[in-house]
Every structure is written in C-alpha cells, then in structure tokens.
Design a protein around this ligand. Structure first.
Ligand SMILES: [Zn+2]
Length: 427
C-alpha cells in the first residue's frame, strides 16, 4: 500500500524543515520527502493548505482500563487520541489493578493491540499497588514492555524508595516520571489564593509541587541519573529545572495545554471542569510555563488526559475528582494559545509534541518526517476556527473547560504505521 501526501507544508524539527513538500508512504514507512513526488500511489491525499507533522506523542495520559471503564477504555481513549492527532500515547498506571506485574501490563498491551488504532506504550508503576512501599520488579516490567515507571496520581513519599527507583530505572535505560505532590501542603481543591478565598475552599500551595520537584532534582544530580518531572505548573518549578539543566543535571519535564491556556480564574467559569492536579495557577505561572516551553526548559507537551464521568464532576468543588480530558484539544489549544500569540513557532510545537518525546522515550524511528522513519503522521488545518462543542467529543467523558471556547486548528488525518486511522469527514 502506498499513500502520497501532495502539496502539504511539512514541519519537521530535526531537519528544521517548514516548507511545501510531498511525502510518500509505503506500507509502514516514510520512503520519500521531496518537493515534487510524481510516483503513482494507491491513494493520493491532497494536502493543499494543510500542515504535515510527525505524529504527536503523548507521554502522559490516563485510559482508565482496567477498573474504571465507565470513564474511558483503551478503545474509546485510543479513538479520542487519534482524533486529536496522537499516534503514540503512554497511559499511566493508576488503574485497578495497577500494572505492577507483567501479567497486568501485558493485558493492557494486548487490549491496545486488539483495538489497533495508535501505539499504546504503558507505564509500569514504581511501587506495588502505587502504595509507595515496595518497588515493583523493574527488570521484569521492562521486559514485559513498560515504557518507563511512574506512580502518577500518587507521589512516592519515601525518598529512599524514590532514590532506589530512579537509580534502577536509569540502569535499565529508562526513567521514573514523578508526580510531585508534597501532601502536607497539597490539601485543597484549587490553587491557593484569591479565587480559593472567594469560593471559600481550601487552596493547594504551589510548594506542594515544588518541594518534591526539588527532591527529584537532588536525587538526579547527586546520583547522576535521569529524572522526569510530570506536569509542571509553577514558576518556581520552571526556574529550578532551568537552573538544574544549566548545571548538567539529567532532569526533564513536561507540561499540559491547560497550564498555558488558563489560570485559576477559569474555575469561576468552568467549575469542576477546571479542577485538576496540580491545579491551574496564576498568570505569572502561566507566563513562566510559556517561557519554559520557549527556551527548552520544558521538554514535552503532554495531555494528562484524565476522564471522569459527569456524575463525578457534578460533585462540589472540594469532593469532585481531579483531572480533565485532553487528547482532542491539545493541538488546537497549542495553536490558539502558543502559536497565534507568537509565543512559539510550529517548529517549536513539533519539538515539544513529537521530536523530544520520541528522544526521551527512545523511540528511534518516530518523531520525524524523514525517509526510513515510521509513517506516524498528523495532518491538520491550521486555519479552521470554531467553538469547541461537547457534542464533538469522542472520549467517553466530557470533562473539559475547553467546551464553549474558541479554538483554531483541526486535525484532518491521523496516520499510524502507514494506516489512516482517523479522517475528519466534515471537511
Ligand atoms: Zn499526575
């Protein structure tokens, strides 16, 4: 099977390419990227006016299966991911049961294979049952196919255990992705400050994230091992990681579209649909996150896609669960809130959504539009403007503050391993 993409604008960070090119795909691979390809093909897609980027890689999401299938399944989550232009997604292990043994991890991998829409590369938990007490068998989990290790949703409180985990993961050529939350200062519904006061709810202090992020930097620096900090949201986290990187510490991090699209004020408008962990912060934090994306302090944009049922999100602010869905709005939110205001270029966006994530995850043949690379490709219209509607959501859950917001940019085709797995038929 050959597919020819004609007249699109190819944006590839590795080669700093941002120009009109044709792309030829044969079976699972990209075989040609040239200004004019005249080969005949089984299928020709006219990409005039569209952008062609390496398939987006989401290093951090929640698919809820096994255990919480009423929120999302591997199947519905994969459908939502490919609609959003993601070709590889890495689900976190806070499921029930937790993938803390090879058998459970293999079940997730097998179900993803059955669904067969995008690459699903699951994390193993760091500790048994994400309880923070006993390390999983790192060798066994790596062999069973764990992409990396995380107790996301739960912080690893015990520093001795985290230290051992980071050293062990590094030995295996991978890393621990740390959900940083120092619980004693993290009690609350939303960010501490004026909005929390106004709503009469207890506020989460920014130090909840920063104290633990500082610990991970120390462990990484002292032991010269890799460390990765999940979903950073505060100005101090950005500053600490920037400084650490300057010293050569092997620390990397990620952030989510909501941290550069909103501030805590969004809670006044969207209520529990703007409640997540870490919480939305202040404007100064939002600006610091954008700076971190610009200068490479932040390595990756991730969704932290976290589906919850409407019933759960209809609870009061204090008791509603944390998290919002994110696959289907990540690209448009980034175009709208990073590219349009000229904070970032499209090349930067590709660096953050595929090029660097592929490097961090050691996915050798992904993250680039290049001959010999996997034909994981996202094709989108950067000019389409629309109001985001709940009815358009493919995910099983609808918990997102982007509902009703004006967005720009829409995914038109998603290709995984040379196969078109999503096509926007509305065009
Ligand atoms: Zn988390």
């Amino acid at each position: 099977m050959t597919i020819l993409l004609k007249n699109g604008t190819v944006i590839d960070y590795a080669s700093r390419l941002n120009q009109k090119m044709d792309v030829l795909v044969e079976d699972t691979k990209i075989v040609k990227v040239e200004k004019q390809i005249n080969n005949s093909a089984d299928k020709v897609i006219d990409c005039t006016g569209l952008m062609i980027i390496p398939g987006m890689i989401d290093m951090h999401c929640h698919l809820r299966e096994p255990g919480f299938e009423y929120k999302e399944t591997i199947e519905t989550g994969s459908k939502s991911a490919v609609k959003g232009g993601f070709t590889t997604i890495c689900p976190m292990p806070n499921t029930k049961p937790t993938p803390d043994s090879a058998i459970i991890l293999e079940q997730i991998i097998n179900e993803a294979k059955r669904v067969n829409l995008c690459n699903v590369l699951p994390y193993s938990s760091v500790t048994k049952g994400e309880k923070g007490e006993e390390l999983v068998d790192f060798d066994e989990m790596k062999k069973a196919g764990a992409i990396a290790f995380s107790d996301d949703g739960m912080p690893v409180v015990n520093s001795k255990i985290m230290r051992e985990a980071m050293i062990k993961a590094d030995e295996l050529g991978t890393f621990v992705a740390s959900h940083c939350e120092e619980k004693s200062v993290a009690k609350g519904a939303i960010n501490a400050g004026e909005v929390a006061k106004k709503l009469g709810v207890e506020g989460v202090l920014p130090e909840a994230e920063e104290i633990m992020a500082a610990r991970e930097i120390v462990i990484s620096e002292t032991n010269k091992v890799r460390g990765h900090i999940c979903h950073i949201s505060t100005r101090t986290s950005v500053a600490m990681i920037r400084d650490a990187k300057k010293r050569g510490v092997k620390i990397t991090c990620e952030t989510c579209p909501h941290y550069y699209s909103f501030t805590v004020k969004e809670v006044l408008e969207s209520g529990t649909n703007a409640k997540m962990n870490p919480p939305l912060r202040e404007e100064e934090d939002r600006k610091a996150i954008i700076k971190g994306l610009q200068d490479g302090t932040i390595d990756a944009i991730i969704t932290d896609h976290a589906p919850h049922s409407e019933e759960e999100k209809n609870k009061p602010l204090e008791s509603a669960p944390n998290g919002i869905i994110g696959f289907e709005t990540a690209l448009a939110a980034s175009i709208t809130n990073l590219i349009e205001p000229k904070h970032l270029s499209y090349l930067d966006l590709v660096r953050l959504t595929s090029y660097t994530p592929a490097k961090l995850l050691k996915l050798d043949k992904k993250g680039q539009i290049k001959q010999g690379y996997d034909a994981d490709i996202t094709i989108f219209d950067p000019t389409l403007e629309y109001v985001y509607e709940k009815e358009s959501i493919v995910s099983k859950s609808k918990n997102t503050p982007f509902i009703g917001k004006k967005l720009k940019g829409k995914v038109m085709y998603t290709m995984v391993g040379g196969r078109i797995v999503f096509e926007n038929k509305l065009s």
